[in-house]
Write a protein that binds this ligand. Structure first.
Ligand SMILES: C[S@@+](CC[C@H](N)C(=O)[O-])C[C@H]1O[C@@H](n2cnc3c(N)ncnc32)[C@H](O)[C@@H]1O
Length: 315
């Protein structure tokens, strides 16, 4: 998107460009074009000469779309087709779509999650808030604990709409007691604490089909959570870790490798060695990982956005 460009979704197109715009008017079930010059660009000479096309005909739809696109692009909008999950992420204020950091992880989720969409699955997301995170950063300097009480959980709201029959669990270090979402339970805890994670597993009380780690992004925390939670995934389940390309310096520990590097090794060599995990936990991850998928973030915020999201398929 160019500088100053804005994005258009279906809603803003119709709001900004009503049918009675200077270019097109709708009268008596016909689209009437006031500019034969614009119509003349269409190869079909019939349209150019009549200037009056039955609404709903192929020509009318084609011309309408083309004119709308041209006008929006002139106004600085970028036009592209948006998937349902991307639209939901943008609507609720998550950065998984095209807003905020604009990772566009939704393009990956559309592919991997579609099969689960209407099943009675169990989904857990670690790390819940995005919409007011910058305000909370002022309070706590990092993405760690703050005193602020959250008023929304954008990604859980998006999952609640997308997965029609899922039971959802959220986990966050901050206070989400004010947030209420359909079919969703939110548990407070620290992903770097083994006892908090054990409590989380107890509350969930069933195998997890989809787990998304979008919390502190600290390497040690990601590895502790993976070691503690992967055994509680269902066979065929998906364990996802977001933002492997970005770690806050203040949370990184000497001697702890980046999770992205560990997962690259797991993918290419079948090895996994983390100083944060017991040998049993490391063996379990090696033996029970069917596939490791790594995809880039599409954010423009960092130079290296490669292999930013990992999906581990449990076998
Ligand atoms: C990037 S935001 C989550 C964004 C959200 N998933 C979305 O897509 O809109 C990170 C969240 O992780 C939480 N968090 C940070 N450190 C944590 C920790 N150690 N344990 C659990 N949650 C943590 C923060 O409070 C924050 O709400």
């Amino acid at each position: 998107m160019g500088e100053g460009g804005r994005q258009a979704n279906g809603a803003s197109v119709t709001e900004d460009l009503p049918l009675d715009s200077p270019v097109l008017v709708m009268r008596n079930q016909k689209i009437e074009c006031e500019s034969t010059e614009l119509l003349g660009r269409k190869k079909d000479a019939m349209c150019a000469t009549s200037g009056l096309i039955p609404l709903g005909s192929f020509n009318a739809r084609w011309i309408f779309r083309k004119l709308i696109s041209e006008r929006l692009e002139r106004r600085g909008y970028s036009i592209r087709k948006v998937s349902e999950l991307t639209r939901l992420a943008d609507q609720f204020g998550s950065d998984k779509g095209t807003r905020l950091s604009a990772h566009m992880y939704t393009r990956v989720y559309e592919k991997f999650f579609a099969a689960f969409r209407h099943q009675a699955i169990c989904l857990l997301e670690i790390g819940l808030l995005r919409s007011d995170i910058d305000a909370r950063r002022v309070v706590c300097a990092t993405e760690g604990e703050s005193n602020a009480s959250a008023s929304s959980a954008p990604s859980l709201e998006m999952w609640s709409v997308y997965f029609s029959n899922a039971k959802l669990f959220g986990f966050d270090i901050d206070d989400f007691s004010r947030v209420s979402i359909d079919r969703c339970t939110i548990i407070r805890g620290d992903m770097s604490s083994r006892s908090d994670l054990a409590n989380l597993v107890r509350v969930i009380g069933r195998p997890i089909d989809i787990l998304i780690d979008d919390a502190s992004h600290a390497s040690a925390h990601q590895q502790i959570a993976l070691g503690a939670l992967f055994p509680h995934m269902r066979r065929g389940g998906l364990y996802v870790i977001e933002d492997l390309h970005w770690q806050h310096d203040s949370l990184e520990k000497e001697g702890v490798p980046k999770t992205r590097d560990l997962l690259r090794h797991l993918q290419t060599q079948g090895t996994f060695a983390s100083p944060c995990l017991t040998s049993e936990e490391q063996n379990y991850i090696r033996q029970h990982t069917g596939q490791v998928w790594l995809f880039d973030s599409l954010t423009h915020e960092v130079d290296d956005n490669s292999d930013a999201i990992a999906l581990l398929v449990k076998k």
